[in-house]
Unconditional design. Structure first.
Length: 232
């Protein structure tokens, strides 16, 4: 697609790595993918290095920060999300496009605990991740405008309201992951029904402004389990 991001420095070394260095890097990425998927963004980097069979110093030579490793792991998922959003924005049935984009986002949240943390803004983004985030936000706005112009999405819904779907789903996914891993789909579609024009009632409060959403991001608190993991 035309909007794919440029690779980050951590993805594109200035010169090819030696064979043993490449082998170490591949082992670190594989171990991190498993650990982050199961444990979230707070997965122990010492544990990742140990599972990869390398010293922690070797991990930091390849990935100087936790964020550099996270972005390497999830660039492919961000790209998948962008492709889905671009396809949804181009659909003739705007309601189907809106629902499909939301379901794809939540599906990616549900299948990977760290991506769930990342998409719900539990970690700041470097330039590459911010660029993809901004492009996804732009496409989300277009998808919503399409649906409102067709009269199927209630006119008082703002782009900022979608952030609360993501945050709500993040909690639902964490709570039901081991009990009913597909439960998030039920609650997503219950929320989507509230976005429909038919049956809409006047809302008692206006949507948050973009500035208020940004302020809210800084006050989101992790649960006790995640806090322990992030300190580890």
């Amino acid at each position: 697609m035309s909007h794919h991001h440029a690779p980050s420095l951590s993805e594109s070394p200035a010169k090819p790595l030696r064979r043993d260095a490449q082998r170490n890097r591949d082992a670190i990425v594989a171990a991190a993918r498993t650990a982050f998927s199961e444990q979230g963004l707070g997965a122990s980097l010492e544990g990742v290095a140990r599972e990869a069979g390398v010293a922690i110093g070797t991990l930091y030579r390849h990935f100087p920060t936790r964020l550099a490793l996270v972005e390497t792991l999830f660039n492919a998922k961000y790209t998948e999300l962008l492709v889905a959003a671009e396809e949804a924005a181009a659909m003739d049935d705007a309601w189907e496009g809106f629902c499909r984009s939301m379901e794809k986002l939540c599906q990616l949240q549900a299948c990977d605990r760290a991506f769930n943390d990342l998409i719900s803004a539990r970690l700041p983004l470097h330039a590459t991740g911010r660029e993809m985030h901004d492009r996804t936000k732009e496409l989300c706005g277009q998808i919503m405008r399409n649906a409102q112009e067709q009269g199927v999405l209630r006119g008082d819904v703002a782009a900022q309201d979608v952030a609360f779907v993501i945050w709500s789903q993040a909690g639902i996914i964490r709570a039901t992951r081991t009990v009913a891993p597909q439960a998030w789909r039920r609650y997503l579609h219950l929320m989507l029904d509230a976005f429909r024009t038919e049956g809409a009632h006047e809302l008692p409060e206006p949507p948050l402004t973009s500035e208020q959403v940004d302020q809210t991001l800084t006050t989101l608190e992790c649960n006790e389990e995640d806090c322990r993991e992030q300190r580890a």
